[in-house]
Design a protein around this ligand. Structure first.
Ligand SMILES: *Cc1c(COP(=O)(O)O)cnc(C)c1O
Length: 443
């Protein structure tokens, strides 16, 4: 047996603290360490992307001549908030777009996407989701699920969706379905609560090029949640017209207190800004409440943090794959978001997994997550969310809707070590509660 030799890879004091203070079984520690060796080579690619993106962010901040006085803020209408303008200038440079709207009062990713859709679409317009059903909360925004009042459909906007074909955008079918009324195509980059892989930048580039060749004026919109800084290029580098995301995911770097961003063509951002405040006010009003510093400090850290989270996703992926569970994406597949989905096939496993992640958290480590009726979601959802920022999913977190086939979605982690603790804690729960065959942990 290699047991002793493998354990030696981890510092003795570290093993001690994990066993004695975190109550993790030695077999679990040994198993996770042995699987880590299988993915460590993949960290090199992640670090390369990180390095490039770090320089890109630094250069944007320098180009914008960021200065210490930009962290001051205004009151009242918020006219002349220099820091707010710098944040937006920096975002538009990082994402290679003409303009940006980045505000702490955009309450979530859903809000940013909703502002974008409602700012750009008019009654009678049609939009098509070309990556199948969109994220759960957006179905309520559109009006395909839940109460119709105030939804896009309630305003006379028409909606259709075209499913993915073998996990890819069905470009031929999309082109066949575009009519004179089709104004916008929506691409959701990340997995969402589904079993599909994230759409890669290469795939987006091919699809956008093909569609734009024939339909030059159609607006291509990207829901970029969880996708920022995964690759060197962003969707807006490959032809997307407008893109939205959340600051309590990747680009907030774990430090942004709240907020959302929208980046893209200036004429589109203007319409969205008019919708977000009022026509005529646009981007010129709106307080930042002193958040400029943490928003930018978070953006500065984001390439590094995303790399840590990606390494964590690989670790949780390999550990549960080696135990026989199906994982999406698989270890060898190109990643385009920070999510690792694991098909657990039972509600107990999803809940125990989330409990383990919650127990590994720094904040609220002692609480037990239970499935609940979360606003915006149709099924009950269990969430492990012990972040410094409430609900932040760039921090170590996991969740899953209580529906077949019982996937858990793991994401985030501000340090790789924290991700690893989460993996060990969740596996320890499985081990103790007989949710895996005990002999599977014997190396
Ligand atoms: C997180 C997410 C959203 C928005 O969710 P919020 O919780 O409202 O920020 C939208 N789309 C996808 C794919 C997401 O992952």
């Amino acid at each position: 047996m290699l047991t002793k030799e493998r354990l030696i890879l981890m510092d003795k004091d570290t093993i001690n603290i994990l066993c004695k203070q975190f109550g993790i079984d030695e077999k679990v520690i040994e198993f996770v360490n042995s699987k880590e060796r299988l993915i460590i080579d993949k960290f090199k690619y992640i670090d390369k992307v990180k390095e490039y993106n770090q320089y890109k962010v630094i250069k944007s901040m320098q180009e914008a001549r960021l200065s210490s006085t930009d962290f001051n803020w205004t009151t009242g209408y918020g006219y002349g908030d220099v820091g707010r303008d710098k944040v937006e200038e920096i975002y538009s440079m990082v994402f290679n777009t003409e303009d940006a709207l980045v505000r702490p009062l955009i309450v979530s990713g859903t809000h940013a996407i909703t502002l974008t859709l409602s700012g750009l679409l008019r009654p009678g317009d049609e939009f098509i989701s070309i990556t199948g059903s969109p994220y759960d909360t957006l179905q309520k925004v559109i009006g395909v699920k839940g109460n119709k009042v105030g939804t896009l459909m309630d305003y006379g906007i028409r909606y259709r969706e075209i499913p993915l074909k073998n996990g890819k955008i069905d470009v031929g079918k999309v082109m066949d379905n575009i009519s004179n009324d089709t104004k916008l195509l929506l691409i959701q980059r990340s997995t969402g609560y589904s079993d599909r892989k994230a759409i890669t930048i290469d795939e987006m580039e091919t699809a956008i090029k093909e569609i734009k060749k024939k339909f030059e004026d159609i607006i291509i919109m990207i829901d970029n949640c969880y996708g920022e800084f995964i690759e060197k290029r962003e969707p807006t580098d490959v032809g997307a017209d407008i893109m939205a995301g959340s600051l309590i995911k990747n680009p907030g770097g774990g430090l942004a207190l709240s907020g959302g961003y929208i980046v893209g063509k200036a004429s589109l951002v203007e319409q969205i800004a008019n919708r977000s405040t009022a026509p005529g006010l646009g981007k010129d009003c709106g307080l930042t409440f002193g958040t400029t510093r943490t928003t930018l400090q978070g953006l500065f850290l984001a390439p590094h943090i995303v790399a840590e989270a990606l390494k964590g996703a690989l670790l949780v992926g390999i550990v549960y794959k080696e135990l026989g569970f199906e994982i999406v994406p698989d270890i060898e597949e190109t990643r385009s978001d920070i999510i690792q989905a694991i098909k657990f096939n039972s509600p107990e496993r999803v809940v125990e997994f989330c409990k383990g992640i919650q127990n590994a958290s720094v904040v609220d480590s002692y609480v037990t997550p239970l499935p609940w009726d979360m606003p915006g979601y149709e099924d009950k959802v269990v969430m492990a969310a012990g972040g410094f920022i409430d609900g932040s999913s760039i921090e170590l977190s996991a969740d899953g809707p209580m529906r077949e086939p019982y996937f858990a979605y793991y994401q985030g982690g501000l340090t790789y070590e924290h991700c690893k603790l989460g993996v060990m804690k969740s596996l320890n729960n499985f081990y103790k509660n007989d949710l895996i065959e005990k002999n599977k942990l014997i190396l």
